[in-house]
Design a protein around this ligand. Structure first.
Ligand SMILES: NC(=O)c1ccc[n+]([C@@H]2O[C@H](COP(=O)([O-])OP(=O)(O)OC[C@H]3O[C@@H](n4cnc5c(N)ncnc54)[C@H](O)[C@@H]3O)[C@@H](O)[C@H]2O)c1
Length: 269
């Protein structure tokens, strides 16, 4: 289903770890739609090797960068500027919580870990945009997207401190969207995606049950990683130029349902 929606556009994609990653699907779809891409991920992700395979397939350069390091971000964006001149789109598809990884309960958080959760999963979005803003890297009518989850608005017990990180991420999108819109007509949005079987997703305790629950609650069923990629493409294209500072639900209707028949049918009295 390629329509050359991104023909001539250049973009930076953060977070393709393996074939299941949402960012991986976005990179493949953006390539199909005619975009040129620069891939980036944390140096540790390079050692896993899969991103090299994607880069070869879509003819993209890879620049390793820890998204919490201003030095790495500067080097990355300077490389993008040398390669592309200006950039049309950026995808931030990064999330990690040491509290989740180390099995700390929400009621027993390690606060050094909490700061790391915020830095990796939310503040990194500000860091990337601030560097791009100060370098005047974005083309007019460019588009910047980050990926969020509904735990920013509603409580999902096992999502832990990532809930606060997503709330911060969505707030940063709104605030920076104002400044980037004023400066160079760049739009900034978050997509709030259904639970999706990926490395980061599966790290949340009870993930399989959450996935099934969301699927049964959503009249259209859960949105897949590929469907999320399609939505990202629409937001990078010129067809959504006045959509900005929004948290956009991409969840098959989950967020508007109180309870579904399928869930009620499974309750034993
Ligand atoms: N999978 C889900 O259920 C789901 C649902 C809604 C939103 N999201 C969000 O989608 C985004 C992508 O996650 P995914 O599900 O594709 O999982 P993933 O594990 O494939 O991607 C997460 C990425 O973050 C990268 N990363 C971690 N620390 C980093 C750092 N310091 N610097 C640079 N990169 C770093 C990892 O290397 C990895 O590529 C995340 O923001 C996640 O919270 C996921």
């Amino acid at each position: 289903m390629a329509n050359q929606l991104l023909k001539g556009k250049k973009g930076i994609i953060f977070g393709a770890l393996d074939e299941s990653s949402i960012a991986w699907k976005v990179a493949e779809r953006a390539h199909e739609e005619g975009a040129e891409i620069l891939l980036t991920n944390a140096p540790v992700a390079m050692r896993m090797g899969a991103i090299q395979e994607l880069a070869t397939r879509i003819n993209a350069e890879i620049v390793p960068a820890d998204a919490t390091s201003m030095e790495d971000i500067k080097t990355l964006l300077e490389t993008a500027a040398q390669k592309f001149g200006k950039v049309d789109f950026i995808l931030h598809s990064i999330g990690m919580s040491p509290n989740v990884r180390k099995g700390r309960a929400y009621t027993d958080l390690n606060y050094d870990f909490l700061v790391k959760t915020y830095d990796v999963s939310a503040v990194s979005f500000h860091k990337v945009m601030q560097q791009a803003y100060q370098m005047d890297l974005m083309n007019e009518w460019g588009s910047i997207v980050a990926l969020s989850y509904i735990a920013a608005q509603r409580t999902f017990g096992k999502y832990n401190d990532m809930a606060e990180a997503k709330a911060l991420l969505e707030s940063i999108a709104r605030s920076f969207g104002y400044h980037f819109g004023k400066k160079s007509k760049v739009r900034v949005n978050t997509i709030s995606q259904s639970p999706t079987p990926t490395t980061a997703g599966s790290g949340v305790a009870g993930f399989d049950k959450m996935l099934t629950y969301a699927d049964k609650m959503s009249p259209l069923g859960n949105a897949s990683a590929l469907e999320c990629a399609d939505y990202c493409i629409s937001l990078f294209s010129d067809l959504t130029r006045k959509v900005t500072m929004q948290n956009l639900m991409h969840d098959g209707g989950f967020s508007s349902v109180g309870v579904s028949e399928e869930i009620l049918e499974n309750i034993q009295l």
